[in-house]
Design a protein around this ligand. Structure first.
Ligand code: VGL
Ligand code: ZN
Length: 202
């Protein structure tokens, strides 16, 4: 069984949002068509408390995109984004949601960031997404959404580590840093994952 994972297709990652991914809205029509090809569609939602330590606003003297240490891990400082209950944290209204069977929220612990839909960045806490997928007999996951070089990449990496075959649908994602995504792709293919295009599925 294969599943489509829709990673963080939320207003704050789309044009006009607090952490807009360039051209991010271009993926939505593709993602909407892709959903029809899958028996299981699951979404993740970045869902931060207002005092989340990944926000530059929580670090006196620091600026957005500065890097600090958080729980022993390198942490990029982001603009405030996807605060729980705000319009920025909502899924795009253009995104079809009727096939989405479950939503896994992440990033609620103010002390650690959580790029992956499976674990926080320190791998301390699971969201239970892996167990959920296994309970549905999923062996292959296809990833789409935002951003390619952060949450899509980390989710694909954890999917592989959890024993799933992982496919990133390249034209159904956009990166914050295209150079960062080029490196990420090498890690994914080295780890047994694949980079595919939506036309191979549609
Ligand atoms: C993301 C940065 C911070 C993402 C989430 O969804 O890729 N990036 N929080
Ligand atoms: Zn975030």
């Amino acid at each position: 069984m294969r599943a489509l994972l829709l990673i963080d297709i939320q207003n704050d990652f789309l044009p006009g949002g607090a952490l807009a991914v360039p051209d991010g809205d271009a993926i939505i029509p593709i993602v909407n068509r892709l959903q029809e090809q899958f028996g299981l569609v699951v979404a993740t939602q970045d869902w931060h408390p207002q005092n989340h330590r990944s926000f530059a606003s929580q670090h006196a003297g620091k600026e957005v995109y500065d890097v600090v240490e958080l729980q022993g891990l390198e942490q990029v400082l982001w603009p405030d984004h996807c605060a729980q209950g705000t319009a920025g944290a909502d899924f795009s209204k253009e995104l079809r949601m009727h096939k989405v069977e479950a939503i896994f929220r992440k990033g609620m612990d103010p002390e650690i960031d959580s790029y992956s839909g499976f674990y926080d960045n320190g791998h301390l806490r699971s969201t239970s997404l892996a167990d959920y997928l296994r309970s549905k007999d999923v062996t292959e996951v296809y990833l789409a959404g935002l951003a390619a070089d952060y949450c899509v990449y980390y989710s694909a990496k954890d999917a592989l580590q959890e024993g799933f075959k992982a496919y990133i649908i390249e034209d159904a994602t956009r990166a914050i840093s295209p150079e960062g995504f080029e490196k990420a792709k090498l890690h994914i293919t080295a780890g047994g994952g694949e980079i595919v295009q939506s036309h191979s599925i549609l």
